[in-house]
Design a protein around this ligand. Structure first.
Ligand code: ADP
Length: 495
């Protein structure tokens, strides 16, 4: 059997923008490299799409929208094509998983088990939903009939990050396409390959030409989309700093709609009476270390009753020691590479600064020696204890395999106060056997999703998005996601 290493060597890598489903020559001469964080090698050069490329893609998307080749299909037909898209993704799952692993350093075991099937599932689920969204009849008086219907917004630009490239792209593509929009995806510069391939597969699956484009590029490509006067909607997932820029660009152009899904610093609140501390600790460890800690809703803060803190930390350390970083192309690897050398140095920068901020790195913190693969971007699972509340490692999103511990005296009000003491509000968890306390703390945590005695129970049926600086303007996932990509229209008839 060929190994993943051999298959990677034989893989065809996308190198051009995909316009309306077909790879085309870019208008720009500018390029950027996409680098394999497994070993620091350049995978390929890609065009850094400029304002001209964006303009061309928007024109194509607009034309496809206006002539109705997609939005005027019966919803059941759009659904059928999306489900066919899911099947084609499944048929190419290994190829897509491999592209994703090469680009991001995620273990191939994860991309084959989670990312590629997840992308197919997202497309299928929204394909199934396409003809199950009803309008409303308003309860007006007897002299009139007013219907409230949902119409597609038009040209949607999806700007996505590098941590779950295919999953997040399809969280947006699924509902946006189901609703009848044209979509342009701008993948992150660290991870464009699988998404470019997805756009080719969409055409193969029967999506009409012109409806879906993918433009590789760096921040400037995203900025050109955010500024473009003929883009109707930006759906953005990424950092809070970039989200602010997208919002400003939208405000300064055509006041396009904006949905932002931004950072997090999610608390795992553990009370002394948590039902099974060892099991909780294991879930908490996975909740921060999975995907090398590069998950927006990762449980990156452990807010733990001082009386059980040592026991919980001992178990987390036991789990972490099993999670040695390994070669992403090795099927047994559980912890792969961070996405880039830049991200690795950002994370180690936080660790270097932690001591000066009164915190203590009590586990990991080092670049593994020897490195699983020479010149790759690896970091041991890390725990920082006794961090003061104002330390950067407590307040800021690190986006690496780093758990920060905040001990507290066990009082319920202090637990809620600490849980909420960051600018973010994406997720949170509470671990306790006392149902009343669980309900009160869950209600007190200001976040888009709260878990009780569990964490990261991923399912497409629930919305994903945050309070506070974690974002606004709609949600990814669930039927609520369709709201992001539709306008409500009222039509009155006088009787
Ligand atoms: P990170 O800092 O973790 O790379 P970003 O939020 O900067 O996260 O990136 C998320 C996405 O936003 C990427 O596709 C990136 O290219 C894009 N991006 C970066 N800068 C801008 C910008 N000024 N306007 C629009 N998109 C941008």
């Amino acid at each position: 059997m060929t190994t993943w290493h051999q298959r990677a060597a034989d893989l065809r890598l996308p190198t051009r923008p995909v316009l309306g489903g077909r790879p085309v020559e870019p208008l720009t001469d500018a390029t950027f490299s996409t680098v394999n964080p497994r070993d620091g090698s350049v995978l390929t050069q890609l065009p850094a799409c400029g304002a001209d490329d964006v303009d061309r893609a928007v024109g194509l998307a607009r034309a496809a929208f206006e002539d109705g080749r997609w939005r005027d299909l019966a919803p059941a037909e759009r659904g059928r094509i999306l489900r066919r898209f899911a099947e084609v993704v499944e048929a190419h799952a290994d190829e897509l998983a491999l592209l994703e692993t090469l680009d991001t350093g995620k273990p191939i075991g994860d991309t084959t088990a989670v990312d590629a099937p997840g992308a197919a599932n997202n497309l299928r689920w929204y394909g199934e939903a396409a003809d199950k969204v009803y309008g409303e009849v308003a309860p007006t008086g007897p002299d009139a009939l007013a219907t409230i219907t949902r119409e597609p917004v038009g040209v949607v630009a999806a700007i996505v990050p590098w941590n779950y490239p295919m999953i997040i792209a399809t969280w947006k593509l699924g509902p946006a396409l189901a609703a009848g929009n044209s979509v342009i995806v701008k993948p992150a510069e660290q991870s464009p390959l699988a998404t470019l391939r997805l756009a080719e597969l969409a055409l193969e699956a029967g999506l009409p030409e012109g409806v879906l484009s993918v433009l590789p590029g760096e921040g400037a490509t995203g900025a050109a989309l955010a500024e473009h006067p003929d883009v109707d909607k930006i759906t953005f997932t990424g950092s809070t700093a970039t989200g602010r820029k997208v919002l400003a660009a939208a405000a300064g152009s055509n006041l396009k709609g904006v949905s932002l899904e931004l950072g997090g610093k999610s608390p795992q609140v553990v009370l002394a009476d948590a039902p099974d501390l060892d099991a909780a600790a294991e879930t908490i460890a996975w909740g921060i270390f999975y995907n090398q800690g590069q998950t927006c809703h990762a449980g990156s803060r452990l807010v733990v009753d001082d009386r059980v803190a040592d026991q919980v930390l001992a178990k987390i350390a036991e789990v972490a020691r099993e999670l040695t970083p390994g070669d992403p192309l090795d099927g047994d690897t559980q912890l792969g590479a961070l996405v880039s050398a830049e991200q690795l140095s950002r994370v180690t920068g936080y660790l270097d600064a932690a001591a000066g901020q009164g915190a203590e790195v009590v586990l990991g913190g080092g670049v593994p020696d020897p490195s699983p693969v020479a010149d790759g971007c690896y970091l041991e699972p890390t725990v920082i204890d006794r961090a003061p509340e104002d330390a950067a490692v407590v307040r800021e999103e690190i986006f690496g395999p780093v758990l920060v511990v905040q001990r507290f005296d066990g009082s319920e009000s202090e637990a809620v106060r600490l849980a909420n003491a960051t600018e973010y509000g994406l997720a949170g968890a509470v671990w306790t056997a006392d149902h009343g306390r669980a309900e009160r703390i869950a209600a007190g945590i200001r976040a888009g999703v709260v878990y009780v005695n569990c964490f990261d129970v991923g399912d497409l049926t629930v919305p994903h998005g945050g309070f506070k600086a974690s974002g606004f303007g709609g949600r990814d996932k669930s039927l609520h996601a369709i709201e992001q990509y539709t306008e409500l229209k009222t039509t009155w008839r006088q009787r």
